[in-house]
Design a protein around this ligand. Structure first.
Ligand code: 3PY
Ligand code: MG
Length: 252
């Protein structure tokens, strides 16, 4: 099976830099995949991106060096199975509240006897190779998002769930969970304390820690703090900011 390059990056104690696709378009995914990111996550939770668009995006990412991953819209066995069958090498699942949620997530991502994933890796074979089944359980990365009050409360139990590779912070929802504005103020309590807590709990449990950052500056600081996987923006915000900066510079 084609190796998961992210596993090599993490084994070497390096930080993976992730791209994130909210624009439902395979050419856009291909561009992101050719931009030097270690992985690109196709996001089905927010934005106008549904399964029918996600499949050609995963196909486009297969033609690049970026590891294709997907954020499912919810902890849904059916959707997670579809995304893995379509060739995703990792699942980022939003709104994990409890160890039970994390166990259901892991089960959806792993074939029996470890989990309950159903067999039919249509594109998994094409992206991964003919020995996909023999190695899929050890190759696919499973990330539980920590971004709710209960998720934070149950953090240690979630991190302890066997088969979970890492936790991934959604700082906007986590800010809401902490009773503050969803524009993440990562240098200030209560968010700064929560980020330190998630990172420490993940590493104590021998799990990876990832985070969606809403700027390059935020991502650099999270990398320096010790996060294993950082995302600095999604394609839509990169496009909007570049367009706005161009217009503003010409108007000046
Ligand atoms: C959040 O910040 O809540 C996220 O889910 C990032 O995508
Ligand atoms: Mg979120």
């Amino acid at each position: 099976m084609r190796p998961n390059r992210l596993q090599q990056i993490f084994a070497a104690k390096q930080t993976a830099i992730g791209g994130w696709c909210a624009i439902p378009d395979s050419y856009c995914a291909e561009l992101m995949g050719h931009s030097g990111y270690d992985t690109v996550v196709v996001d089905l939770q927010h934005g106008p991106l549904y399964l029918d668009a996600a499949v050609p995006m995963l196909q486009a990412l297969s033609s690049t060096d970026a590891v294709p991953m997907a954020r499912c819209s919810a902890n849904s066995f059916g959707e997670i199975n579809k995304l893995l069958d379509a060739g995703a090498y990792g699942i980022v699942c939003p709104m994990i509240d409890s160890a039970d949620d994390a166990r259901a997530l892991v089960a959806a991502c792993r074939y029996p006897p470890v989990g309950t994933r159903s067999f039919g890796p249509t594109r998994g074979f094409l992206h991964g190779g003919p020995d996909y089944f023999a190695h899929a359980n050890d190759t696919i990365l499973v990330w539980a998002m920590i971004e709710t009050p209960r998720g934070l409360q149950n953090l240690e139990e979630i991190c302890a769930v066997p088969g979970l590779d890492g936790v991934f912070v959604g700082p906007s929802d986590l800010s809401l969970a902490l009773g503050v504005s969803p524009s993440p103020k990562w240098r200030q309590p209560p968010l700064s304390d929560a980020l330190a807590r998630v990172l420490a709990a993940a590493h104590r449990a021998d799990r990876l820690a990832g985070i969606f950052c809403v700027s390059v500056e935020f991502a650099i600081e999270m990398r320096q703090m010790g996060f294993d996987f950082v995302v600095h923006a999604n394609d839509a915000s990169i496009l909007r900011e570049a367009a706005q900066a161009g217009v503003a510079a010409i108007r000046r």
